[in-house]
Design a protein around this ligand. Sequence first.
Ligand code: BG6
Ligand code: BG6
Ligand code: GLC
Ligand code: GLC
Length: 947
Amino acid sequence: MLAVHLISFFFSKLQEDPTKMVDRFLHAMRLHDDQLIDISARFQAEMKKGLSAESSAAAAVKMLPTHVRSTPDGSEKGQFLALDLGGSKFKVLQVKVREGMGVRKGGVEMEEKIYPMSKELFNGRAPELFDHVSESLKDFLHVKNISLDKKHPLAFTFSFPCEQTRLDKGLLLSWSKNCRARGLQGKDVVQALREAIDRTGGMDIEVLAMVNDTVATMMTCGFDDQYCDVGLIIGTGTNACYMEELRHVDLVEGDEGRMCVNTEWGGFGDDGALSDYITEFDQDVDATSINPGKQIFEKMVSGMYLGELVRLVVLKMAKLGQLFDGLVPDALRTKGKITTAHVAAMDEYKNGLKNTRDILVELGLNPSQDDCVAVQHVSTIVSFRSSNLVAAGLAAILTRIKQNRHLRALRITVGVDGTVYKTHPQYAKRLHKVVRRLLPECQVRFVLSDSGSSKGAALVTAVAQRLASRKRQVDETLAPFKLSQEQLQLVKATMRAGLEAGLKNKGPSAVKMLPSYVYHTPDGTERGKYLALDLGGTNFRAMLVKFKKGLQNNTRLYHKIYTVPLEIMQGTGEELFDHLAQYVSDFLDYMGMKKAHLPAGFTFSFPCEQTAIDTGILVSWTKGFKATDCEGHDVVNLLREAIKRRNEYDLDIVAVVNDTVGTMMSCAYEDPQCEVGLIAGTGSNACYMEELKNIEKIRQKKQKTEGDEETPEAVEDKDDGSKGDKKAETSETSKMCINTEWGGLGDDGSLDDIITPFDAEVDHNSVNPGKQRFEKLTSGMYLGEIVREVLLDLTRGGLLFRGRVTETLKTPGIFQTKYLSQIESDRLALLQVRSILQHLGLDSTCDDSIIVKEVCGAVSRRAAELCGAGMAAVVDKIRENRGLDHLNITVGVDGALYKLHPHFSGVLQETTRVLAPQCNVTFLPSEEGSGKGAALITAVARQKRDR
Ligand code: BG6
Ligand code: BG6
Ligand code: GLC
Ligand code: GLC
């Protein structure tokens, strides 16, 4: 050790050039370009770590999403209050942003007042710190004569690392620099500010956005320079932010566009990544700081530490006898005696040496010329290292941006703030030079943010304010779709009343409650080979069903699907049924069964007044159908006649069933507890097993036949053509499946309270205005149209698609249920939502996509809730019919809305559970459609008939 001292002393005396001596002494701080490139590469790797979902939690460079998605575009406007906390000065400001027209952007006017911020406040309790902030704000309003009665939006620049989930919410991760106020770490900083403002009282302040100073600086500079995609602070602390591609920001949903990421690069090296570049002086600075082991890069770079680094080097050199003839004055031993301002002064171009002498004299020293030259050189090396490290960090960021954008050359502007950069011209010059040397292919412009960061914070807030007001308006538009529990209870009660009224048979009722002449769910004894025809869902289906002897659940099915063209659905009845006969012909050909004369079940999914299992008089068309000359006619006859006209094959049509009934039967084959059928598809409907005694129409018939001295069950046997059997006399025959046709609920005005103007418009434009009001709120055929009406309204109000109402948006039917299902899928990123919209010819932004998704969600949730309310009424009725406190029951379900929509079934089940708490309802999706159920009904009906 003594030898080292002697050698250095010897050197100091021999070596004439003090700068060379310092160069040697501070060898480790003099970074060459290859070292800078190495550091830059390490920083790039750290950025990746911070962005990735797997490694971000443990990353030293935090890469915090800021929720700032764009740089200013000149459309920002408004008047804002601003707070700027975390730099060397605490400021309160008023910022007025005028919207710019055309190429020339608007102007910004600012007024500011600096308020003192004591060390005690930074080291005390956070609520006291924030009370001071909020009292300063109130004082500012007073001093500047700003009304205390009006509401003022506020922008908050808070220059510490915060994990933001929204613009107006951010949890403080840790303090840095000179602050360590207790009780805020891990808490929402915006909330803490709001609470302090409430405590102060007497002001109406809306804190709309919180931004880091780097972000605010980028935005400030971006107001005048569209290429400004990077913000840099070299002040008390150091940090940088930049516009990253959203697809790389794992922690934020969405793939589209960009988001500003606050790198918090001050933490670079906290995991040891810079250990080979750390000197003993850095270690000393770190050890005596308020946050040892943290912000390692910041401690090598920023203003809070540069003076201290110089002091520690000079002290060491003095102790080694290399300066001041080995004299070590007390001033040099005192922390903080050399400041960043001193470093800047020593580094000045012309007066630097003189300044150095003055500073040293002020410290009580009597320096020689060589001492002054040496100390000045120490200061230069320390600040040069700082600018070199910043250059390496910036080079990493710029390289990343260049790679992200697949560019060979990059034109970019870096917005910069901070006392080190501002007050130290040599520093800035060196920084620019090194960055350009490291990245010769990039055209980098540095712009000083001379007005501080609050202008940028106000610009972010202006965008936030616009979004908040847009959100408010969208929420208002969607509010009528959000039904309260009370409203849903009322819908349940209305449905219950509708079911009861429909059973009464006193003239036509909204809920028709049509008897199906199906008395039993299947018992597994059904056998044979049947044709099932299925009209009324999305498609026409023909199906061959075989029930094998002794093998329940071993059904074989063959089917073919046909699309019924719109002109046929809405042409003449004859054309429609001729078409069906032709589809059947094709299917029989396909199966090679033209000559088989099969028994057939006909699922006909429209309201039919049945007097027997094989007759069904169409009451009225629903959904998109309106073929002429069908209403009031027996659809079985219409089909038989069409087959006869064809004169090509023969069918024995044994049963006509509604799809709800077919679905219930099909599911009951698997689960005997299934006594309810539900369709949530193109249309909406339910059926269930009702007590025969409650069905007025059947009771009347019964009374009539009783007059003829026949048993009630004989009515059943007569109606489906059989002569009466033993089973008919058992208690099981006391029930009949009722097709509720609940889609008609509300046709008498009973749902008017929940019907929105959008629903009214959809109803008005439908083929059956005033009819099927419940169905028009709940089924796949209409949900897309409701969504379209809402989107039209929002667009007309300028809240969507930039206010442009396109022809596509005006086109009925563009939003099919499948698109709603896709748009609402949780697995889908916003980019995919956007591509669906684009496919539909709607050119949307990211914000548009969010709103469209929200609209779809509100409309489909209401549909599921209403279905749930209807189902609760049905199951509770069954429970009460049976005098039970608790009912276990299964509902067989079919329909594209139920099966394909990502949330419909969940919401339906939950609503049913809440509204019918005494029922335990299991929803069982029908596997093979209603055809199997229709075949089962046909099997039973034929057995009876043929007996
Ligand atoms: C100011 C900004 O100009 O610079 C602050 O308005 C920022 O938001 C500060 O924190 C950074 O520099 P310094 O040197 O004050 O820490
Ligand atoms: C099918 C049934 O699976 O679902 C049809 O077989 C029914 O009878 C249909 O009408 C309902 O769903 P969608 O979505 O086609 O209307
Ligand atoms: C510190 C803070 C950071 C801030 C920087 C500059 O590094 O952690 O958030 O941007 O200082 O003020
Ligand atoms: C319509 C029909 C009804 C059918 C339902 C589901 O509401 O009127 O009979 O069950 O759609 O397809």
